[in-house]
Design a binder for this molecule. Structure first.
Ligand code: GLC
Ligand code: MG
Length: 536
C-alpha cells in the first residue's frame, strides 16, 4: 500500500479532484472570460489547497451553444481560452507542481458546425453520412417519439437531404453514431492525441447516451405523458465501447476516467455501477447523482451512501460529488437554506472522509452561492428558452471570488456573468485569513486526508450511534482506525459509541480547544458539529 508505485498508479483513488469551469476561474487577458493563462496563475492556490488533480470542463473550439459541450475540433483549444501552447504550458506547470489534469470529453455529440457534421449533412452518400444518426421520415413524420432531455423531439428535419437527424440535447448538438467503425476509430485517435500530450485522464460527458436502440423502438409513456427514456440510453453496447476505451487508457501509465451517468431523482447507483464493469475493465469511476438529490438528514445520507457502496462492483472505486455546473451549488440545494455555512462545513467533512475520490466544484471550498441572474444576463440557452420557468445554469457558473477588489479579482473587465454580491466576504483572500472559514476547513481536511492515509484507502463501515440525527462511520486499515461523527441537526445531539475511550481527537469542525483530551463512550455534539477521532 505504501509503495511509491502504488501511490502513483492509484493517485486517482487517493487524491482530491477539483473541477474548474474555465470561463469562470481566472481571466488573464481582460476580456471578461476565464482562460488557460488565468488557470496557470492560480495553480499555486490549488497547490495550497492541497488538491491532486484538476478536471477542466471542455476547452475545445466551439460555437458555445452549450458552453463548449458542442465541439467543432477535438484536437484544438478554443481561442477564448488560449491555444495549444498555452495548454502545454498549463500541463507542464501543473505537472511540475504534482497536479494532474483531466480533460472533459464529449463523445456523444459534436457541434452542428463540426466539419464532420457539415459533410455528413451535405448528401446521403457522403462518406461521413454514417457518422451521425440519420433517418428518413416515417409515414411523413418523425422516426419515433424519442425526446431531448428538455422534452422536445430529439429529431430535427434537415431539408438538405429530407431526413431527420438525432440529437439528445439541442439541435445544434447532433449525436454521433457509435455503430460506425470509422467514427469510433477517429474518436479513439482523439483520445490518444491527448494522452500522448500528457493529460492524465478524462471525464466522459453523458457517456451512457452514446448508443440508442438499433430498431428505434418507441419509448413507453411515463408520468404526465413524458416518455421514459428506455431505448435511447443505457444500451448494453455502451459497455463494449467503455471496454475498448479502458484498454486504450491502460496502454498509458497512471491514467484515469470518470463517467457522467445521470439519472433523474432519486438517482440510480445500480445504473452507475453498471458502467464500471468488474471494477477494472470499464470506467475507473462514475458519478452517481443520488448525492445531489438526497434530503438534508443524517438518515437520508446514510441511505444514499449505503446504497451507492452496495451497488459498486467488488473492485469498483467510489467517488463523491455534491455540486457541479449542471445541478447547482450544494450551498443552495435545500429550500429555505438556513444554516448554509454550517451545512457546507458538515458536507466538507463528509466529502473528505468518505471512502471514494472527492470532487470539489470550484468555489465550493469558500462557500460560493448561486447568483440571482436577471433575464438579460442569461447565457445558458436552456435559460433563454425556458425563462421564467427555468432560468438555466448560469447561477452556479459565475466568476470565482478571489478577493474583495473589483469583479472579485477575477477580471479587470466586466465578467461574462455577474459576480455574487457577497464577494466582499465570501472570497479566497478573506477566508484565508480566518481560522473558522469554510476554506480553512477544506484546507485542514485535505491536509488531514493526506497525512492519515486511512482516510484515502481505508475500509469503511457505518457505526450505529443510537442517534438518527448523527451520521457516524469508521475508516480502518489493519489495526488502525478513524471514526467520523457528523451532527446534521441544528440542535446539540448525544451519541453513544462503545470503545471511544481508545480514541483521541484529531479534528473538529468548530474547534478542538474546548475538547477534553480523554474521550468516553458518550459524546455530545453541538449543532452541525463534526469530529474526527483516531485510534490510539
Ligand atoms: C453534460 C454536461 C452538460 C451538457 C450536456 C450536453 O450533462 O455536463 O453541461 O449540457 O452534457 O453535452
Ligand atoms: Mg480571458
Amino acid at each position: 500500500m505504501s509503495s511509491n508505485n502504488t501511490e502513483q498508479t492509484y493517485w486517482w483513488k487517493y487524491g482530491v479532484v477539483y473541477h474548474i469551469y474555465p470561463q469562470s476561474f481566472m481571466d488573464s487577458d481582460e476580456d471578461g472570460f476565464g482562460d488557460l493563462k488565468g488557470i496557470i496563475q492560480k495553480l499555486d492556490y490549488l497547490v495550497s489547497l492541497g488538491i491532486d488533480a484538476v478536471w477542466l470542463s471542455p476547452i475545445y473550439p466551439s460555437p458555445m451553444v452549450d458552453s463548449g459541450y458542442d465541439i467543432t475540433d477535438y484536437k484544438n483549444i478554443n481561442p477564448l481560452y488560449g491555444n495549444i501552447d498555452d495548454f502545454m504550458q498549463l500541463l507542464a506547470q501543473a505537472h511540475s507542481r504534482g497536479l494532474k489534469v483531466i480533460m472533459d470529453l464529449v463523445l456523444n455529440h459534436t457541434s452542428d458546425q463540426h466539419p464532420w457534421f457539415l459533410e455528413s449533412r451535405s448528401s446521403k452518400n457522403n462518406p461521413k453520412r454514417g457518422w451521425y444518426i440519420w433517418e428518413p421520415p416515417k409515414l411523413g413524420k418523425k422516426p419515433n417519439n424519442w425526446m431531448t432531455n428538455f422534452g422536445q423531439s430529439a429529431w430535427t428535419y434537415d431539408s438538405f437531404t429530407n431526413e431527420y437527424y438525432y440529437h439528445s440535447f439541442f439541435k445544434e448538438q447532433p449525436d454521433l453514431n457509435w455503430r460506425n467503425s470509422e467514427l469510433r476509430s477517429e474518436m479513439y485517435d482523439v483520445i490518444r492525441f491527448w494522452l500522448e500530450l500528457g493529460v492524465d485522464g478524462f471525464r466522459l460527458d453523458v457517456i451512457n447516451l452514446i448508443f440508442k436502440d438499433k430498431h428505434l423502438r418507441k419509448n413507453p409513456i411515463g408520468f404526465l405523458l413524458s416518455k421514459k427514456k428506455v431505448y435511447n440510453r443505457n444500451r448494453p453496447s455502451v459497455c463494449e465501447v467503455l471496454t475498448e476505451f479502458r484498454s486504450i487508457l491502460d496502454e498509458y501509465p497512471h491514467k484515469t476516467s470518470v463517467g457522467e451517468i445521470y439519472s433523474p431523482p432519486p438517482g440510480d447507483p445500480d445504473l452507475t455501477a453498471r458502467f464500471q464493469g468488474n471494477g477494472s475493465d470499464m470506467l475507473h469511476m462514475a458519478f452517481d447523482f443520488s448525492a445531489f438529490f438526497s434530503r438534508w438528514s443524517a438518515k437520508a445520507y446514510y441511505e444514499m451512501i449505503k446504497n451507492y457502496y452496495q451497488a459498486l462492483p467488488k473492485d469498483g472505486w467510489p467517488c463523491f460529488v455534491f455540486s457541479n455546473h449542471d445541478l447547482g451549488r450544494s450551498t443552495n440545494r435545500w429550500m429555505f437554506s438556513f444554516y448554509k455555512i454550517e451545512k457546507a462545513k458538515v458536507r466538507a467533512m463528509l466529502l473528505l472522509t468518505l471512502k471514494g475520490t472527492p470532487f470539489i466544484y470550484y468555489g465550493d471550498e469558500i462557500g460560493m452561492e448561486n447568483v440571482n441572474i436577471s433575464r438579460s444576463q442569461i447565457h445558458d440557452m436552456y435559460g433563454k428558452l425556458f425563462y421564467p420557468f427555468y432560468k438555466g445554469r448560469d447561477a452556479y457558473r459565475t466568476p470565482m471570488q478571489w478577493n474583495s477588489q473589483i469583479n472579485a479579482g477575477f477580471s479587470k473587465t466586466r465578467p461574462w456573468l455577474p459576480v455574487h454580491k457577497n464577494y466582499k466576504t465570501i472570497n479566497v483572500e478573506n477566508e484565508e485569513g480566518r481560522r473558522d472559514s469554510i476554506l480553512s476547513l477544506y484546507r485542514g481536511l485535505i491536509q488531514l486526508r493526506k497525512k492519515y492515509t486511512i482516510l484515502q484507502y481505508g475500509d469503511f463501515e457505518f457505526i450505529d450511534s443510537g442517534n438518527p440525527k448523527v451520521l457516524s462511520y469508521r475508516r480502518y486499515f489493519e489495526n488502525k482506525s478513524i471514526v467520523v461523527i457528523l451532527n446534521f441537526s441544528n440542535n446539540s445531539e448525544k451519541v453513544e459509541i462503545s470503545g471511544l475511550r481508545d480514541y483521541s481527537y484529531l479534528y473538529s469542525i468548530s474547534d478542538l480547544d474546548n475538547c477534553d483530551d480523554t474521550l468516553s463512550d458518550i459524546l455530545v455534539l453541538k449543532a452541525f458539529e463534526g469530529f474526527i477521532l483516531s485510534s490510539k
